[in-house]
Design a protein around this ligand. Structure first.
Ligand code: TRP
Ligand code: SF4
Length: 401
């Protein structure tokens, strides 16, 4: 049975914080039970903007991977790997670059946005322009169906789909496609072949999307097919030629509601984070000294939770009963701010307990992390190599024959 594949990557930023946990990692942990998942460290991507300071990449990668593991990403369920250890990504990036129109890259909104945002850096580089294409290679090389990303990354997924489409259009037309496809239909066996033809007609003549979906499922279940024949039959359904690269869809991750200690978005560059695996004293101190409603100067002044970053934490961490207690106590000056913060402190510490527990093993034995990544890279590489064989062949670079 063909299962849809999920793939996502993160640049190696070092220690992750609660914003990453609530925004991304909890989602990964959920997905790993539902799909075959590939999660990787996008270390080459880090160099597209920080090529002048490469020193921290490796260490940041290991720290980040420990945070993934601490958050419950499970190497027995998901494949964890590092981009630069699967050099096939670079080969695909290169080959795709041959057919990527410059205008498409220049028009990706993050290109200009990031150049403006990071104006202190010189980002008029070849590598930076190619960022979305490298990301496309990351995705297409695994024929990933679903890519969990935040809103800002959606244009990159759309770009990836366009590249896949263009690739299939340019290189999916092999000589004698139609005959080969008909031969492949026969290999499905009588019953399935009839069903396939029927579904294909319904899709092509009446545009029934459901028929297309059923045909995809049928091909997914047909085990005896070679990879090439399977691609032909996928392509044959919709006309055209072989579907060598798969168009992925974005799995939109809801924006994290996790605010920083000062009420702005939690972000390392604002210095308002609580990191995962942070020690308990430090967390306690950070929350105790967190800003509150600025109008509430003295203990006897009433406050307004809506104007207080601590309330945002309660929204995430506390139940209705505590919410009521805060709202009433704050507005009537019935509770003090330190009192109000205690349930938040308790909840954050409780959330981190299992994380610290899981991380301890890996901190004490870094070799464990190394071997998880070595296994993951090996698995990823096998998949990447399969795709590359087809890509090279399609682009006229097969020297094995
Ligand atoms: N560009 C992504 C980010 O900044 C990271 C990334 C690189 C990625 N390659 C990817 C995400 C492939 C998903 C799939 O967050
Ligand atoms: Fe903020 Fe709580 Fe103090 Fe009110 S009582 S200002 S919600 S910390």
């Amino acid at each position: 049975m063909y299962a849809e594949k999920v793939l996502s990557g993160m640049r190696p930023t070092g220690r992750l914080h609660l914003g990453h946990y609530h925004g991304v990692l909890k989602n990964w942990v959920r997905l790993q039970h539902e799909y075959p998942c590939l999660f990787f460290v996008a270390d080459w991507h880090a160099l597209t903007t920080d090529y002048d300071q490469p020193g921290g990449i490796v260490n940041n990668a290991w720290e980040m991977i420990i945070d993934w593991l601490a958050s419950g990403v499970d190497p027995a369920q998901a494949t964890l790997f590092v981009q630069s250890q699967v050099p096939e990504h670079a080969e695909l990036h290169l080959l795709l670059s041959m057919m990527s129109p410059l205008g498409w890259l220049e028009r990706v909104p993050t290109y200009k946005d990031q150049q403006e945002k990071l104006s202190q850096k010189d980002l008029t580089t070849y590598g930076f322009l190619g960022y979305p294409l490298l990301q496309a290679a990351d995705i297409l090389i695994y024929r990933a169906d679903k890519v969990p990303v935040g809103e800002d990354q959606v244009p990159h997924i759309e770009f990836t789909r366009e590249i896949a489409r263009r690739f299939n259009h340019l290189y999916g037309r092999e000589p004698g496609f139609e005959e080969k496809a008909r031969e492949a239909v026969k290999k499905l066996g009588n019953k399935r072949a009839r069903l396939y033809d029927d579904l294909r007609n319904r899709f092509q003549e009446k545009g029934e999307a459901e028929a297309l979906e059923q045909a995809h499922a049928l091909l997914g279940e047909a085990q005896s097919l070679s990879h090439g024949d399977r691609e032909r039959l996928f392509g044959f359904l919709e006309g055209g030629g072989k579907m060598i690269l798969v168009e992925p869809g974005a799995l939109l991750t809801e924006a994290s509601r996790m605010p920083g200690l000062d009420g702005q978005k939690m972000s390392k560059s604002y210095g308002n984070t609580i990191t995962l695996r942070e020690d308990a004293d430090s967390i306690t101190k950070k929350i105790r000294t967190m800003q509150t409603d600025p109008q509430r100067v003295r203990r006897t002044d009433p406050g307004e939770p809506e104007k207080c970053p601590v309330w945002q934490f309660h929204v995430i961490y506390s139940n209705d009963e505590v919410h009521q207690w805060v709202q009433q106590g704050c507005r009537s000056a019935g509770i003090g701010c330190i009192e109000c913060k205690q349930p938040v402190i308790d909840a954050v510490l409780k959330e981190q307990e299992p994380m610290r527990e899981r991380a301890r093993m890996y901190e004490e034995e870094p070799q464990l992390v190394r071997s998880i990544i070595a296994d993951g890279c090996e698995k990823a590489r096998k998949l990447a190599q399969e795709t590359m064989r087809d890509v090279r062949e399609a682009m006229g670079l097969d020297y094995s024959r």
